[in-house]
Write a protein that binds this ligand. Sequence first.
Ligand code: 5RP
Length: 223
Amino acid sequence: MTQDELKALVGQAALHYVVPGEIVGVGTGSTVNKFIDALASMKDQIQGAVSSSEASTQRLKALGIAVFDCNEVGELSVYIDGADEIDGHGHMVKGGGAALTREKIVAAQSRQFVCIADESKLVNTLGAFPLPVEVIPMATARVMRQFAAMGGVAQIRQKEGQPLVTDNGQHIVDVTGLHITDPLAFETQVSQWPGVVTVGVFAHQKAHVCLLGTASGVKTLTF
Ligand code: 5RP
């Protein structure tokens, strides 16, 4: 199966976790796009969705699925999102699509995080994928020096020759060369640096379930 087919497989499998009559939390990315497309088949059975990005909001609305603001709704039963990396404890690196801040907010508002990913995302230790960090622009140079001091190499993410601007009006720093052996401690530490809006390690908001697309079908990992 191609990677695209594996993404479609887990996107479809995630429908099983959607609670009829409720509002579902929806992440961002190419795997989530497959989930959103599949969710259209259930749109009359749910109240709607809370979305983690402008891109997902547009896709949901185009399919006739109502989108609610986080502040209009209470706790959600389930949040469904992809990952750039996931380890054997459900800790993830996220933010390849620059939506990490809203993703962490919706995840925090949800009782269960269901990660949907193809098997290339499963790793022993987080850090091979460049770690996305959303940073207030005036702090980027200092935050990059702080990563250099811990052995990382940080770059400001570009789009069309300019620093990418997130849905929240901030920049993204991508950090390579990290070997994140204690994701909880790392997330706690970096989150406290002035100017860091969100670090793309999701350990406090880790996955509870991962639907992993493999050549032999969907494997369900629980953490
Ligand atoms: C977006 C994310 C995505 O979940 C992550 O980048 C995985 O994306 P894809 O499903 O396209 O591989 O965190 O900010």
